[in-house]
Design a protein. Sequence first.
Length: 432
Amino acid sequence: MIVKSAKRLRGKIRLPGDKSISHRAVMLSALSQGTSRISNFAASADCTSTLNCLSGLGVEFERETDQVTITGRGKRGLMMPSAPLDCGNSGTTMRLLSGVLAGQPFESVLIGDESLSKRPMKRIIVPLTEMGAEIDSIDGHAPLTINGHSNLRSIEYRLPVASAQLKSCILLAGLFADGETTVIETVPTRDHTERMLKGFGVNLRSTELPDGTRISITGDSELSACDVEVPSDVSSAAFFLAAAACLDGSYVEIPNVGLNPTRAGVIDVLRRFGADFEMRDESESGGEPIGTIIVKGGSSLTSSRDNTVKGEIVANLIDEVPILAVFGTQVEGGIEIRDAGELRVKESDRIASVVENLRRMGADVEEFEDGLKVGKSDLAGATIDSFGDHRIAMAFAIAGLFAKGETVIGGAECAAVSFPGFFEVLDSVIEQ
């Protein structure tokens, strides 16, 4: 894929449905009684992996473009799979589905691609084993062989890492446990699972503690089918928001974007550095806040305060760190991102991937174990490696808009993991 420098971005674009919400919507629909309809379902390879795994468990569904209709089997109605369940590149699929399978009275095997097979799964194996499931792995990595039990033990578990996937895994296993299962998180993470469980009728309680949040779920809860309209993915929007903010004369309108406060940290950070946003048509859909975002280019992008992004907010914008690093090359004073060590175990080592590609483009960048620091830089077109990571491919497509000359992105097709059609949508709003 070749990307050339752009003068500005202008237009109205519709983005894919939120990946995180799409995963959860179809999983909970499968465990419900009745028929659920999910609209604006994410057209991503990851979410297709979730549907394929559910099909392997006997779940029937119909899919037409971005509309999915699922006939629920109830909590106890899943079938033993006849073959390994392939999660593809999707960590969300593997980690959340493990929580469900821990509560099933049969053996199942979860596999993934080469990248997913390198990602840490011990973090879910430990609590699920404590609850009574038996899980075999290869040194804490996939494939995972799960021998579940229909009556798991309830536990109280304090999260050792800030991870919405780990939290969600335990809560889903809690649906099959005796009594009340509790997760305590000291750093807030995205709360889509909690919102959606309530929407499907589950008895879930959240209590604020002096040092975090206590989230409890009861194993006697049953799920009732409901319809879900998935908002557009703010993580996908972030690429266009950053690009338009940096290019003078840009005007981009993005409707129906999810504005969940546990996900919208990227908007707060971009605003902090001077990006000009306007919010319109704010409302709520399925318990999730949504709205239209308008971003205008031409503002002075500068760090008027500390240019370091760190602490609790990082957990809520971990997927947006690559594009924030690219954004930092256009900001007076640059940007420093810390407390992002979780990026080392994503689809690629995203810290190393971002640093290497920024250096190829001539940026002034320093690497840390838990993040990076990049100064304002005049970027030059270069040959970029996506490292098979969708967010790296898309972030450096945006970097190419800022660079002098042509930027060649190797393996750009991996963008389809979360955003099929990304390059076509980007091309539709570029003015050169």
